[in-house]
Design a binder for this molecule. Structure first.
Ligand SMILES: NC(=O)c1ccc[n+]([C@@H]2O[C@H](COP(=O)([O-])OP(=O)(O)OC[C@H]3O[C@@H](n4cnc5c(N)ncnc54)[C@H](O)[C@@H]3O)[C@@H](O)[C@H]2O)c1
Length: 262
């Protein structure tokens, strides 16, 4: 029997997943959707009349899989209900897991079988097979360096509050701290720091540097890991999604990889 999927958030990532769901026909079917933007819900209702429009973000009782592609706040609001169920949860706004101390401690103390139901997509980065192997021995340091075009940072609260000037000519460092502070500073654009932190040294020990670069059109993530096992550098130069420059296209595709495994 086909597994019932619900998607919360019908922006770039949510709609991209829906576009490719056909490849899972008879195995996973779109059952319900929710977005605070009613217009987006109506568009789905028109295109897919059998899909149920959820009444709220927690109206997913009849679903087997829940994908969150909305905001960190949505993850925070549904987490308690999610862990009480046996549903598979695929959160995109992974920052919520490290910016909220309660969610972080609840997550890391979950019993293994429950923890395994929460599937973090690799998002805009990768290399987690190697990272998980290195972890068997131990990680000495883990650092993410993210570089994005200035448009991603303009009008972000952190930039305005810290009076950071985004140069139109040269690369500017806009953040240097740990993954927890980075996910708080840029709740919509540095989820990869959270993903790396959850796989390595945690929110406080994982280092994040963020740069604004007017000479790039790509979202670049460079990971550097030191371990007794060796030194590892991974580099990802992502094209932004066609409709949301803050999101790398690869991030949406990483959910499909999880669905494939399921
Ligand atoms: N893990 C990663 O590597 C990674 C990469 C890119 C984006 N993300 C995150 O994934 C999420 C979605 O990204 P996107 O590019 O699709 O964003 P988007 O802005 O294109 O879409 C977000 C959608 O969520 C909806 N929304 C906002 N608040 C909501 C609420 N309270 N309830 C229901 N819907 C709500 C919006 O109306 C919008 O349609 C963001 O939080 C983003 O930061 C994670």
């Amino acid at each position: 029997m086909s597994q019932k999927l619900c998607i919360i958030g019908l922006g770039f990532i949510g709609s991209e997943i829906i576009k490719y769901l056909d490849q899972f026909r008879n195995k996973i079917g779109l059952s319900a959707v929710f977005d605070i933007d009613k217009k987006k819900m109506e568009e789905i209702a028109e295109k897919y009349p059998k899909v149920r429009l959820m009444a709220s973000i927690t109206d997913f009782d009849d679903c087997d899989l829940v994908i969150e592609a909305a905001t960190q706040q949505v993850v925070k609001e549904i987490f308690v209900k999610i862990v009480k169920t046996e549903k598979i949860f695929i959160p995109m706004s992974i920052g919520a897991f490290i910016t909220d101390d309660k969610i972080y401690s609840d997550y890391i103390t979950l019993e293994k079988s429950k923890q395994q139901l929460i599937k973090f997509p690799s998002g805009a980065i990768g290399g987690f097979d190697a990272i998980n192997s290195i972890k068997q021995i131990g990680i000495i340091s883990a650092k993410l360096t993210t570089t994005k075009p200035p448009v991603v940072f303009r009008e972000q609260k952190y930039i305005e509050e810290n009076k950071i000037v985004l140069s139109d000519n040269e690369k500017t460092q806009v953040f240097n701290g740990n993954a927890k502070e980075a996910a708080k500073a840029f709740p919509r654009s540095i989820n990869v720091g959270a993903r790396l932190a959850l796989a390595t040294l945690g929110p406080e020990e994982t280092i994040v540097e963020v740069y604004s670069d007017p000479l790039t059109k790509r979202n670049t993530h460079e990971i550097e890991i030191y371990s007794e096992v060796g030194v590892y550098r991974f580099s990802f130069q992502n094209n932004p999604s066609p409709t949301n420059p803050k999101t790398s296209w690869l991030a949406a595709l990483s959910i499909l990889e999880i669905l494939e495994k399921i």
